[in-house]
Design a protein around this ligand. Sequence first.
Ligand code: P6P
Length: 342
Amino acid sequence: MNSIPKQKKQISLSQFIIEEQLKIPGASGEFSALLNHLVYASKIVAREVRKAGLLHDILGSTDETNVQGETQMKLDQYADNAFNQSLKICGHLCALASEEHEEIIPIPSGYAIGKYTMAIDPLDGSSNIDTNVSIGTIFSIHQRLEPSSKAPGTEKDLLQKGSLQRCAGYIIYGSSTMLVLSTGKSVVGFTLDPSLGEFLLSHPDMKMPDSGSIYSANEGNASYWGKEVQDYIAHIKSIEGGKKPKTGRYIGSLVADFHRNLLKGGIFLYPNDTKSSKYPNGKLRLLYEAAPMAYIAEQAGGMAVTVKGERILDLEPKSLHERTTLVIGSKQEVLEFLSFVK
Ligand code: P6P
């Protein structure tokens, strides 16, 4: 008789969080509860993103602009509101920072103050909403500087190095909705089963291939880039000596470009403009874009540096919305880039 195929154990994100907590002696459960509040809000956002094409009142831009001076897409506002409302009253944060808010979001009076901080980009790549391109949410969690304090959190609690993150991850609203996170041991991926309303473990131990043939950069900016970046890009596109050029793939949504490289290997670059004032320090935000993605990349065996060769996770943030350059991906590809940095 054929042996019955071993049933693959389907484990939900909620079960995973509880089981991980049980492995930590004396764990209070505060971190697990915080993650569950984040997951709950992400399901609400996923539902609206899926309907965006149908709800014309949620598509298109509002006449408001956000703190970045960018026209806010209505789904941006919806996502920011969903995460903001759920997280600021969950009782496990002392302060929250969002791409959509200039200042830190305080915990409303009357609500418990917790020992964690969170920085979040509620809907990254939102300029792609109208074209049905994958977009995402990026989050970064630190423990506050004084874990026992019950005072409201401050910017100092948020402005911590990426290497001190307790957890970082993203949700990608693509052909499926996936949540990818790391708490410093490995990188795990969960895929949303809409029929259950649960994220199910689909990628138990995500590793970034050591090298990859994909490079991802907005080459429309190439004339503004520094020489080291221009020389590197020319090198990876060269066919001299029968060399095979790399394949260019650029979606314009960090979560989507990163996620592809995490699975297939490759390198993503967002350099600064050296010949214009548009992005003299780079476009991507350190706190809630580069640092969480760098944390995931390193945990998956990859690397993440600035165009000057500094490790992203060692950068001390000076302000909530500070920008940085970012070169992130497979270890061998980033090391090759670094060989062009003087
Ligand atoms: P560009 C989206 O606006 C974003 O912040 C990232 O998700 C993405 O990697 C980058 O900007 C794209 O910028 O200038 O190439 O459109």
